[in-house]
Design a protein around this ligand. Sequence first.
Ligand code: ADP
Length: 504
Amino acid sequence: MPTETLIAPTATSEGIKPEIREFVGTHRRMLIDGQWVNAKSGDSFRVYNPATGEVLGNVAAGDSADVDLAVKAARRAFEHGPWSRMTHGERGKLIWKLADLIEENLEEFAQIESLDNGKPLAVARVADIPLAIDNFRYMSGWATKIEGQTVSLSNLGQDFFAYTLREPVGVVGQIIPWNFPLLMAAWKLGPALTAGCTVVLKPAEQTPLSALRLGELIEKAGFPPGVVNVVTGYGETAGAALAAHPDVDKVAFTGSTEVGKLIVHAAAGNLKKVSLELGGKSPNIVFADADMEMAIQGATNAIYFNHGQCCCAGSRLYVEEKIFDKVVEGVGEKTKNIKVAEGFDPQCGMGPLVSDEQLERVLGFIESGEKEGAKTVIGGHRLGDRGYFVEPTLLTNVRTGMKVVEEEIFGPVVCAMPFKDIDQVATQMNRTAYGLAGGIWTKDVSKAHRMARAMKAGTVWINCYNVFDAALPFGGYKQSGWGREMGREVFELYTQVKSVCLKI
Ligand code: ADP
């Protein structure tokens, strides 16, 4: 492990563990073939503390040469290493052990995540890290349950015996975003490793630190070298090289729809399998017969959780006409009470956005909404001039066709719109290129299920929002993606079926 301390973390917050200061403040190398190495080019890049805009750490800048080494290592581990001979039970045990190690270091991970991404420490403690742990545990149980079938042949009769094998897809490239850095690594690694694949993981350049710490625990747990490689670097270099690499069998990507389309093109060279979890513009629908307090709180959390930096953020709030003013007022009140502060502040309800680029993007959307006639009920501005803080923002007087209603903002900005009746809202909610998720608030069970069927989205939450469980598949309709993560469905992404037919 490198020991040279190059840059001290600059978070002003109290309570950072000394070992975290050491970890984030020390130049970090990448994990390739069980070794911690610098980029071949010798380049590195800086990561920033979004609460201050100051440098937090320094990480090796991998590019195509490093990706190539990592893919070679993953290929060796897949074809020849101890991993390829390990029993399914042993594999499951290793993955469970990794979950235990993360749990032992839960506070450490939560602190890294809050410093690197800006999210409230309290949220990382109760959501990001426990969900990551649970994902590894849930997946580990499947290691012994992924199986083929004997097949009753249709025409060939009794002279043949046939069965299927469900085999790992091979070397997998996984490219993940910055909004839930450790959790996204867990969503990707958990099922891939369970299925027996080997992996090259590329974390987002904004938030690479928790994946590197995870790499240390992967080593400690005893995964053989090359099974998991973590290559840090920029999307246009390391990410693009991984998506295009001719010896990668599959690429799994979570991020923007725009980059998702680039991944598809890059993958065409060797026709590698592709799964995509992309953007959203999720409708959240409140009917007049909903539990009002619950719906108002739910609508507030649906958009502001993780500062709106969620692909499934409830960013289009449709409210039945007769309760529109009441709900807008209620959400406005709750919004006012959200304390925007550094993630380490115990009262923090919303931290900074992840980067200056993201800050500019969100402010640009608010400005464009206002120019097109939106009314800002609350929020709308940057807070302070240090770090990337923005006010949680509620817009009304918006309509279909406006940029703020059509495009994914990926920030704490919600557009509230009234609707007359169920038929009108059922049409409006699907008028989008996306289809990741949506919410419905009503006490009428029939209406709830009718709406759930009508919604063109991969996840529908009824009287709740942003509820995740490792057993529940997640993914998009339309331009929100290809394939499903989590649940048993995820193994469709990381396995392939072989038919074996024998003449008796
Ligand atoms: P955002 O716009 O929210 O930052 P991106 O979709 O750009 O999200 O990034 C998600 C992940 O995709 C990151 O790990 C990023 O480095 C990577 N990425 C960005 N551009 C490319 C690209 N052209 N090819 C492959 N990966 C990319």
